[in-house]
Design a protein around this ligand. Structure first.
Ligand SMILES: *Cc1c(COP(=O)(O)O)cnc(C)c1O
Length: 426
């Protein structure tokens, strides 16, 4: 082999993995064990003191999870990654490493609904304050910065689908104020967008969605871009100050450009505990092997269906950046030239009643609250996920009464179109 780096398809299959040293097993084994035997007393002491890398206990590291961690770090172009129990755990452990009570972070207003809840409500218990900015107006992020701002958070392709974020514009603002930019890359995956190439510092994922890709396991990932300089920065004591539990070790000094990933592992997983089960890591690794093939088919199917629906008599509007007429089409061509993802919304002329009827009449689409499955999925947010909001709140969240969200799967597009047409005319 030459010095040339392997391509994305090769990395998706091989990064982090090798035949098992003791058995020759070619697929990554599931190391279904809680803990690991030490060589001797000195070995144990050096592991606990962070002087040597190795396995102690599967809450902190596990060999199956380690393959997943190396693979996502390679696909994203980061320095290291940490696998955690869910996408929400990835967001929480990230903020836990960055925030002190009374600190703030700025979040884009178009986000996964669960993230909005986590930021608005759960984080209050920790004294972490979210300040909302307009995803479509980068200058609104800069205006929101105060001396207590510790991070900027956005999604690359944002919920409820059909929104492309100008990551480079947000990165320029973050760099001007020396604040890390955290990008949730769940909807795009590194196949469509690699946020580090546009100036992100940390990437988080819900691996539950397109990375796993088969709707069978909950998981999350935090990826360290290795770009932010934490050393000597008092705003980030977890990274820049001596750790009493590690004999005064300063993570940014000892671990350099992967100190953030270490902080997630030794301060997040070790102390707070949302570890990923090795079996789920195995399923997510299997999913990632076909990520390039699946994502391309997801995008191609979604574009075919969005195009069909945009011409349908019962449909008022379709919000999909892959459509040339879409307001995000320019950003889509710049950030995601291979496709605009699988998730998008449409508005029905018949309003709330039509939305409920469509969801009830579809046969091939499953009515549920998830995205990124091989199967096509549908939800009517106003009667489900956004039901508790007032009407004006629903509209500003992109969940007005007429809105239906689709996550397009890998079936034959002709069958999906037939199902949609039948349900729309029923
Ligand atoms: C689903 C999702 C999450 C939360 O992930 P879980 O694995 O469900 O905890 C976070 N961000 C985005 C964009 C998501 O779609």
């Amino acid at each position: 082999m030459t010095d040339r780096l392997p391509g994305f398809n090769t990395l998706a299959i091989h990064a982090g993995a090798a035949p098992d040293k003791s058995t020759g097993a070619r697929a990554t084994p599931i190391y279904q064990t809680a803990s690991f035997v030490f060589d001797d007393v000195d070995h144990a002491a050096s592991l606990f003191g962070l002087q040597a890398f190795g396995n102690i206990y599967s809450r902190i590291t596990n060999p199956t999870n380690a393959v997943l961690e190396e693979r996502i770090a390679a696909l994203e172009g980061g320095t290291a990654a940490v696998a955690v129990a869910s996408g929400h755990a990835a967001e929480f452990l990230t903020m836990n490493a960055l925030m002190q009570p009374g600190d703030e972070f700025i979040a884009a207003d178009k986000l996964y609904g669960g993230s909005i809840n986590q930021f608005n409500h759960a984080y209050k218990n920790f004294g972490w304050n979210v300040v909302w900015a307009d995803t479509d107006d980068p200058s609104s992020f800069e205006r929101a910065i105060t001396p207590r701002t510790r991070a900027i958070f956005c999604e690359s392709i944002a919920n409820p689908g059909g929104v492309i974020t100008d990551i480079a514009a947000l990165s320029a603002i973050a760099k001007r104020h020396n604040i890390p930019l955290v990008v949730d890359n769940t909807m795009a995956t590194p196949y469509l967008i690699r946020p580090f190439e546009h100036g992100a510092d940390i990437v988080v994922h819900s691996a539950t969605k397109f990375l796993g890709g088969h709707g069978n396991s909950i998981g999350g990932l935090v990826v360290d871009g290795g770009t932010f300089n934490w050393a000597g920065d008092d705003r980030y004591p977890a990274l820049s100050q001596p750790r009493p539990e590690y004999a005064g070790m300063v993570l940014s000094e000892t671990f350099g450009n992967f100190a953030f990933a270490i902080a997630i592992r030794v301060l997040g997983l070790r102390d707070l505990g949302p570890a990923l089960a090795p079996f789920n890591a195995f399923l997510i690794l299997n999913g990632i092997e076909t990520l390039p093939l699946r994502m391309q088919r997801h995008c191609d199917n979604a574009l075919a269906i969005a195009t069909h629906l945009s011409r349908h008599a019962a449909v008022d509007w379709v919000s999909y950046p892959g459509l040339e007429s879409d307001r995000y089409h320019g950003l889509a061509r710049r950030y995601a030239p291979l496709g605009s993802g699988a998730v998008f919304t449409l508005g029905l002329k018949g309003g709330y009643e039509a939305g409920v009827k469509l969801v009830s009449n579809l046969q091939l689409f499953s009515h549920l609250a998830n995205i990124g499955d091989t199967r096509s999925l549908v939800i009517h947010p106003a009667s489900t996920t956004h039901r508790q909001l007032t009407d004006p709140q629903k509209i500003s969240a992109g969940a007005g009464p007429e809105v239906v969200r689709l996550s397009i799967g890998l079936e034959d597009p002709a069958d999906l179109i037939e199902d949609l047409d039948a349900a729309l005319s029923a």
